[in-house]
Ligand binder design. Structure first.
Ligand SMILES: Cc1cc2nc3c(=O)[nH]c(=O)nc-3n(C[C@H](O)[C@H](O)[C@H](O)COP(=O)(O)O)c2cc1C
Length: 204
Protein backbone atom coordinates (compact mmCIF):
# COMPACT_ATOMS: atom_id res chain seq x y z
CA UNK A 1 0.00 0.00 0.00
CA UNK A 2 1.44 3.38 -0.99
CA UNK A 3 1.57 5.97 1.80
CA UNK A 4 -0.18 9.22 1.07
CA UNK A 5 1.60 11.67 3.34
CA UNK A 6 1.32 15.44 3.17
CA UNK A 7 0.68 15.70 -0.60
CA UNK A 8 1.29 19.46 -0.32
CA UNK A 9 4.99 18.81 0.24
CA UNK A 10 7.48 18.67 3.03
CA UNK A 11 7.60 22.17 4.42
CA UNK A 12 4.32 23.50 3.07
CA UNK A 13 4.29 26.82 1.21
CA UNK A 14 7.90 27.64 2.09
CA UNK A 15 9.11 24.70 0.01
CA UNK A 16 10.55 26.07 -3.24
CA UNK A 17 9.86 24.14 -6.43
CA UNK A 18 12.64 24.11 -9.00
CA UNK A 19 12.02 24.10 -12.74
CA UNK A 20 14.03 22.37 -15.44
CA UNK A 21 17.84 22.64 -15.25
CA UNK A 22 19.36 24.11 -18.43
CA UNK A 23 22.88 24.36 -19.85
CA UNK A 24 24.10 27.83 -20.91
CA UNK A 25 23.05 26.88 -24.46
CA UNK A 26 19.49 26.55 -23.18
CA UNK A 27 19.44 22.75 -23.63
CA UNK A 28 17.60 20.89 -20.88
CA UNK A 29 19.85 18.81 -18.58
CA UNK A 30 18.77 15.66 -16.75
CA UNK A 31 18.18 12.98 -15.83
CA UNK A 32 20.99 12.17 -18.30
CA UNK A 33 23.99 14.46 -18.81
CA UNK A 34 24.57 16.26 -22.08
CA UNK A 35 25.90 13.91 -24.75
CA UNK A 36 24.19 10.85 -23.26
CA UNK A 37 20.55 11.78 -23.74
CA UNK A 38 19.11 10.07 -26.81
CA UNK A 39 21.79 7.35 -27.02
CA UNK A 40 20.48 4.12 -25.50
CA UNK A 41 23.80 2.32 -25.05
CA UNK A 42 25.45 5.46 -23.62
CA UNK A 43 22.53 5.71 -21.21
CA UNK A 44 23.07 2.11 -20.09
CA UNK A 45 26.75 2.56 -19.40
CA UNK A 46 26.15 5.94 -17.73
CA UNK A 47 23.48 4.22 -15.57
CA UNK A 48 26.07 1.67 -14.42
CA UNK A 49 28.61 4.39 -13.64
CA UNK A 50 26.03 6.42 -11.71
CA UNK A 51 25.12 3.34 -9.64
CA UNK A 52 28.80 2.66 -8.84
CA UNK A 53 29.21 6.28 -7.72
CA UNK A 54 26.06 6.10 -5.57
CA UNK A 55 27.31 2.89 -3.98
CA UNK A 56 30.57 4.60 -3.06
CA UNK A 57 28.69 6.92 -0.71
CA UNK A 58 29.44 5.56 2.78
CA UNK A 59 26.51 4.75 5.03
CA UNK A 60 25.61 3.00 8.25
CA UNK A 61 23.36 -0.03 8.41
CA UNK A 62 20.47 0.05 10.86
CA UNK A 63 17.20 -1.56 11.86
CA UNK A 64 14.19 0.73 11.66
CA UNK A 65 11.52 -0.16 14.23
CA UNK A 66 7.90 0.84 13.77
CA UNK A 67 4.64 0.13 15.52
CA UNK A 68 0.98 1.02 15.09
CA UNK A 69 -1.28 -0.56 17.73
CA UNK A 70 -0.36 -4.22 17.94
CA UNK A 71 1.36 -4.27 14.53
CA UNK A 72 5.14 -4.07 14.85
CA UNK A 73 8.00 -4.29 12.40
CA UNK A 74 11.72 -3.81 11.99
CA UNK A 75 13.41 -3.42 8.64
CA UNK A 76 16.98 -3.15 7.41
CA UNK A 77 17.78 0.39 6.33
CA UNK A 78 20.88 2.32 5.34
CA UNK A 79 19.31 5.59 4.21
CA UNK A 80 19.37 7.33 7.59
CA UNK A 81 21.24 10.39 8.83
CA UNK A 82 21.07 13.41 11.11
CA UNK A 83 19.76 16.36 9.06
CA UNK A 84 19.37 19.20 11.56
CA UNK A 85 21.17 20.27 14.74
CA UNK A 86 18.45 22.38 16.34
CA UNK A 87 15.95 20.79 16.54
CA UNK A 88 17.65 17.40 16.54
CA UNK A 89 16.27 15.80 13.40
CA UNK A 90 17.04 12.46 11.79
CA UNK A 91 15.81 11.51 8.31
CA UNK A 92 15.01 8.01 7.08
CA UNK A 93 13.90 7.10 3.58
CA UNK A 94 11.50 4.16 3.42
CA UNK A 95 10.06 2.25 0.45
CA UNK A 96 6.61 3.74 -0.11
CA UNK A 97 5.01 0.30 -0.43
CA UNK A 98 6.78 -1.21 2.60
CA UNK A 99 4.87 -2.30 5.67
CA UNK A 100 7.17 -0.01 7.69
CA UNK A 101 6.05 3.00 5.68
CA UNK A 102 2.43 2.31 6.59
CA UNK A 103 3.26 1.88 10.30
CA UNK A 104 5.46 5.00 10.52
CA UNK A 105 2.86 7.05 8.75
CA UNK A 106 0.08 5.79 11.05
CA UNK A 107 1.92 6.12 14.34
CA UNK A 108 4.07 9.15 13.47
CA UNK A 109 7.12 7.54 15.07
CA UNK A 110 10.13 5.36 14.36
CA UNK A 111 13.13 4.03 16.24
CA UNK A 112 16.58 3.54 14.74
CA UNK A 113 18.60 0.66 16.23
CA UNK A 114 22.33 1.19 15.70
CA UNK A 115 24.04 -2.18 15.46
CA UNK A 116 27.33 -3.65 16.52
CA UNK A 117 29.80 -4.31 13.72
CA UNK A 118 29.43 -8.10 13.95
CA UNK A 119 25.64 -7.97 13.51
CA UNK A 120 25.43 -8.13 9.71
CA UNK A 121 23.74 -11.59 9.93
CA UNK A 122 20.92 -9.85 11.85
CA UNK A 123 20.15 -7.30 9.12
CA UNK A 124 19.77 -10.14 6.61
CA UNK A 125 16.76 -11.32 8.64
CA UNK A 126 14.81 -8.06 8.31
CA UNK A 127 14.24 -7.60 4.60
CA UNK A 128 10.56 -8.51 4.65
CA UNK A 129 7.81 -7.93 7.23
CA UNK A 130 8.90 -9.48 10.53
CA UNK A 131 6.92 -11.84 12.75
CA UNK A 132 6.30 -10.80 16.34
CA UNK A 133 5.92 -13.40 19.11
CA UNK A 134 6.85 -13.51 22.81
CA UNK A 135 8.54 -10.11 22.81
CA UNK A 136 10.68 -11.05 19.81
CA UNK A 137 10.72 -10.01 16.17
CA UNK A 138 11.88 -12.82 13.89
CA UNK A 139 13.22 -14.48 17.05
CA UNK A 140 15.31 -11.44 18.13
CA UNK A 141 14.52 -9.91 21.52
CA UNK A 142 13.23 -6.34 21.32
CA UNK A 143 12.07 -3.74 23.81
CA UNK A 144 9.74 -0.82 23.38
CA UNK A 145 11.13 2.67 23.10
CA UNK A 146 9.00 5.41 24.71
CA UNK A 147 7.21 5.86 21.36
CA UNK A 148 6.26 2.16 21.46
CA UNK A 149 8.50 1.35 18.49
CA UNK A 150 10.65 -1.79 18.83
CA UNK A 151 14.39 -1.57 19.45
CA UNK A 152 16.75 -4.52 19.12
CA UNK A 153 17.88 -5.52 22.63
CA UNK A 154 21.37 -6.34 21.38
CA UNK A 155 21.80 -3.00 19.57
CA UNK A 156 24.64 -0.74 20.70
CA UNK A 157 22.43 2.36 20.79
CA UNK A 158 19.13 3.71 19.54
CA UNK A 159 17.24 6.86 18.60
CA UNK A 160 13.52 7.19 19.27
CA UNK A 161 11.93 9.71 16.91
CA UNK A 162 8.67 11.57 16.48
CA UNK A 163 7.86 12.30 12.82
CA UNK A 164 7.82 16.06 12.17
CA UNK A 165 7.82 16.07 8.36
CA UNK A 166 7.22 13.57 5.60
CA UNK A 167 7.42 13.67 1.84
CA UNK A 168 6.55 11.09 -0.79
CA UNK A 169 9.59 11.24 -3.08
CA UNK A 170 8.56 8.43 -5.46
CA UNK A 171 9.66 4.86 -4.74
CA UNK A 172 10.55 6.10 -1.23
CA UNK A 173 8.95 8.28 1.41
CA UNK A 174 11.18 10.54 3.48
CA UNK A 175 10.37 10.81 7.17
CA UNK A 176 12.10 13.46 9.23
CA UNK A 177 11.84 12.70 12.93
CA UNK A 178 12.75 14.70 16.01
CA UNK A 179 14.75 12.69 18.53
CA UNK A 180 12.58 12.30 21.63
CA UNK A 181 14.88 9.81 23.34
CA UNK A 182 18.30 8.28 22.78
CA UNK A 183 19.90 5.36 24.53
CA UNK A 184 23.29 3.63 24.73
CA UNK A 185 23.03 -0.10 25.30
CA UNK A 186 26.73 -0.95 25.18
CA UNK A 187 30.10 0.73 25.61
CA UNK A 188 30.49 3.94 23.54
CA UNK A 189 33.62 2.32 22.07
CA UNK A 190 31.72 -0.55 20.40
CA UNK A 191 32.34 -0.39 16.65
CA UNK A 192 29.12 0.07 14.69
CA UNK A 193 27.91 -1.71 11.57
CA UNK A 194 28.38 0.04 8.25
CA UNK A 195 27.36 -1.00 4.76
CA UNK A 196 31.06 -1.47 3.85
CA UNK A 197 31.31 -4.24 6.49
CA UNK A 198 28.99 -6.37 4.32
CA UNK A 199 28.84 -7.47 0.70
CA UNK A 200 25.39 -5.89 0.44
CA UNK A 201 24.35 -2.81 -1.47
CA UNK A 202 21.08 -0.93 -1.81
CA UNK A 203 19.65 1.64 -4.16
CA UNK A 204 21.96 3.04 -6.80
C1 LIG B 1 21.53 -3.71 2.85
C2 LIG B 1 20.11 -3.24 2.71
C3 LIG B 1 19.80 -1.91 2.88
C4 LIG B 1 18.49 -1.46 2.75
N1 LIG B 1 18.20 -0.14 2.92
C5 LIG B 1 16.92 0.28 2.79
C6 LIG B 1 16.59 1.65 2.99
O1 LIG B 1 17.43 2.49 3.30
N2 LIG B 1 15.30 2.02 2.83
C7 LIG B 1 14.33 1.11 2.49
O2 LIG B 1 13.17 1.50 2.36
N3 LIG B 1 14.61 -0.19 2.32
C8 LIG B 1 15.88 -0.62 2.47
N4 LIG B 1 16.17 -1.93 2.29
C9 LIG B 1 15.09 -2.86 1.89
C10 LIG B 1 14.24 -3.22 3.07
O3 LIG B 1 15.01 -3.75 4.14
C11 LIG B 1 13.16 -4.24 2.70
O4 LIG B 1 12.61 -3.94 1.47
C12 LIG B 1 12.14 -4.15 3.79
O5 LIG B 1 12.21 -5.20 4.66
C13 LIG B 1 10.74 -4.01 3.31
O6 LIG B 1 10.11 -3.35 4.32
P1 LIG B 1 8.91 -3.99 5.14
O7 LIG B 1 9.44 -5.13 5.96
O8 LIG B 1 8.53 -2.83 6.01
O9 LIG B 1 7.85 -4.36 4.14
C14 LIG B 1 17.46 -2.39 2.44
C15 LIG B 1 17.78 -3.74 2.27
C16 LIG B 1 19.09 -4.17 2.41
C17 LIG B 1 19.41 -5.62 2.22
Amino acid sequence: MECAVEPEGLFGQANRRYGQLRASSGTEIGPFPLGVAGDESAQLSYGRLRRRVLWRMPSGLYLLGSRAGERRNMMTLNWAMQVCKEPKLVAVSVESDAFTCELVQQAGAFAVSILERSQSPVVRKFVKPAEYADGKLNGFAVFEAQSGCPVLESAVAYLDCHVRHSLVLGSHTLFVGEIVNAGELSSPDSPVLRMEDTKMSYGG
